[in-house]
Design a protein around this ligand. Structure first.
Ligand SMILES: Cc1cc2nc3c(=O)[nH]c(=O)nc-3n(C[C@H](O)[C@H](O)[C@H](O)COP(=O)(O)OP(=O)(O)OC[C@H]3O[C@@H](n4cnc5c(N)ncnc54)[C@H](O)[C@@H]3O)c2cc1C
Ligand code: SF4
Length: 338
């Protein structure tokens, strides 16, 4: 039995004060990842600061025409929010491709960003893992690495970020709003998650004692030409081997703007400006989509059991861009159950 304290945060300032007072404290929102990690003895917080009752559960329109999503909006509510369904269906599709209805009811927007890798060695405290125990080694590099990274990995860690929602958010150019002892700041979504380098234990650019308060979407939602494709070992309740978020703005048969992001392939949701540049100004056809896939995967590297992901990603990119261009997105995985 490992003891820990539990406290409720009264407001955001109180949450920041409490976490700054105890270096081993952790916030808990929906608890769908943190509690599992505590049960497996991977996380050992001395204090759980319950932020689930903070008033961060609204979706509000911003002056710039976008939306501000509170960090505690549950994944279920967000996916079925009328403004998200209408203006950002790419985000709704990505959320609905993740987890299960029950989990999406509990999982929060902020918690989804901060969920940890699904590398089996990270969860197995009997094996070396640099992310769990810095300096102990990486069991996956020469071990079972079927689900691991093909882009941006390092000699210290080849884990992937497991979120679906974050793949859509990076494609949509979202921003993460955070508050800490030094005040509030906003982080571009593409800079929020980091590559492992020599410090794979650090997943994000969130500073110690900062809380995520909101995610902001810009006005542009690509509601006409988008698709989110998730390829996994079984159709539900499984993390992505590869997932692809594609969004296009097409004028007169030519691509005016393109967004392309991948999940399940790197330590962070992967977006590559070179692949998007390869699409801009081109006719929306298979040749252009293949060139974009080649650009995105130019530095891809497989390990013993996951080389198949490179070709899977290549074909997935072409298919998802084709669906986006035709306006026939991959169908959502779940129907709303009242
Ligand atoms: C069986 C299973 C299958 C799943 N399948 C998928 C899937 O297919 N796709 C997918 O995307 N996800 C999947 N998930 C993950 C799920 O989406 C996440 O567990 C969930 O989004 C985490 O949100 P939470 O509110 O429960 O976070 P918690 O578990 O409460 O917290 C997670 C982490 O975030 C921190 N945190 C939470 N909120 C904040 C905040 N506002 N500011 C700062 N830190 C914060 C906590 O301290 C903790 O470290 C699955 C989970 C399970 C258990
Ligand atoms: S890939 Fe990363 S999380 Fe997995 S064992 Fe290696 S260091 Fe740990």
């Amino acid at each position: 039995m490992i003891n820990f304290q539990y406290a409720r945060a009264a407001d955001v300032a109180d949450a920041v004060r409490q976490i700054a007072a105890d270096p081993k404290a952790k916030f808990i929102a929906g608890g769908t990842n943190l509690i599992d990690l505590m049960k497996e003895d991977v996380e050992r917080p001395t204090l759980l600061i319950d932020i689930s009752r903070l008033p961060l559960k609204t979706v509000e329109e911003t002056a710039g025409g976008g939306l501000r999503i509170g960090a505690l909006v549950p994944n279920f509510d967000l996916a079925y929010h009328p403004l998200i369904e209408k203006r950002y269906p790419l985000l709704a599709s990505a959320i609905l491709a993740g987890a299960s209805q029950q989990l999406r009811n509990m999982a929060s927007t902020g918690g989804n960003l901060l969920q940890r890798t699904r590398c089996a060695y990270f969860y197995d405290t009997a094996t070396p893992c640099n992310k769990r125990e810095p300096g102990s080694g990486c069991s996956a590099i020469k071990g079972l690495n079927r689900i691991h990274a093909i882009l941006g990995a390092s000699d210290a860690c080849i884990a992937t970020h497991p979120s679906d929602m974050c793949v859509a958010l990076v494609a949509l150019d979202a921003k993460v709003h955070v508050t800490g002892p030094a005040g509030a700041r906003a982080i571009a979504f593409a800079d929020f998650h980091r590559l492992p380098g020599d410090t794979p234990q650090i997943d994000t650019s969130l500073r110690p004692n900062e809380i995520v308060t909101a995610v902001e979407l810009p006005a542009k939602g690509f509601a006409k030409n988008y698709s989110y494709l998730k390829i996994r070992d079984r159709l539900s309740y499984a993390f992505a081997l590869v997932s692809i978020a594609a969004a296009l703005e097409i004028e007169g048969g030519k691509i005016k703007e393109a967004r392309l992001a991948l999940g399940g392939v790197a330590h962070k949701p992967w977006r590559d400006p070179a692949a998007e540049a390869a699409l801009r100004g081109q006719a929306a056809n298979e040749a252009a989509f293949t060139r974009a896939a080649d650009a995105l995967l130019r530095d891809a590297k497989g390990y013993e059991h996951n080389t198949f992901k490179i070709e899977l990603a290549r074909r997935g990119i072409v298919r998802t861009l084709t669906q986006a261009a035709r306006g026939t997105p991959q169908s959502q995985s779940s129907k709303k159950i009242a």
